[in-house]
Design a protein around this ligand. Sequence first.
Ligand SMILES: [Ca+2]
Ligand SMILES: [Ca+2]
Ligand SMILES: [Ca+2]
Length: 306
Amino acid sequence: MQRPSPLLLLAAGFATAFVAGSASKQVVEASGSGVVSVAEIDADGDFLPDVVEWVTLTDSGSPDTDGDQISDFVEVIASGSPRRESLPLPADQQLRLFVTGPTPGSSDPFTWMHVFHRIMPVGGVNPGVGAIQSFNLWLENPALPGVQIPLNDFAAAGTVYRERITIDEGIWIQVSVPLVSLSILEAILPCTIWAETTVAGQQLQSGQQLIPVPAGAATLVPFFDGRYVIQTLNPVPSLSAPQSIQANKVCILTLDEDTSGPAGTTYVVTAADCEDANDLECDSSCSQSVGWTITIPGGTELLGGN
Ligand SMILES: [Ca+2]
Ligand SMILES: [Ca+2]
Ligand SMILES: [Ca+2]
């Protein structure tokens, strides 16, 4: 019998964190916990926590980054274009998953997983939170092609639940769970964490690609016009002043599909342009990323929109 790989053991431990945490089934209402966690800090009140706006490349100081009168939350949950003016997308049952890293200088060392739903009325009737009929979470890694490692028991101590009922944009739900420390997460990179849910009969999927970069863990963010940005999971502390944050340097990458196999679809970076994102600077070494290859379980289709 083959011994399980260290990767599988690490990932199993990752899943165990959920199982162990489920014993208490502690779900904390944002307003009732008494302790404000990073998953609840939402400076601009648009329902996306500041830490999530870092990985979505939206402005945590503005509820409408691109000023097109459509809120950041609505554009992000609908896989729209929160950084570029655009027309409204159809409002429907929706799901997005994000993983964020610890904030430099914070006493909270955990990475977090955030799952957002938007639930819309069905046939003129608002089905409420009970419309969520099934929920699955799993992790995939290119080293274990075709294996879905379940992370199913979606509750842990410190879980944050937030809900907002809007007039014509549905019910918004956030469930955020503290995961492992960043160093443990980095040990199992690269990987993709997936969520699949059934809402009012519709099956929805959302995935977050996590990759190792010199600054730590990062994610691939759909940016605009089929291009992507590699963004760190958390702000990177300045080397000279650890309590301050380095400029968020981004490169906009063009990916061309290369090969497809059991481990996922492999893309080659064929162009890397510097472009401002919310006044963020581009890295002068951006062009060096041309020629990189990135393998994504399931391909880019399910990573969301722009
Ligand atoms: Ca916000
Ligand atoms: Ca915002
Ligand atoms: Ca907008």
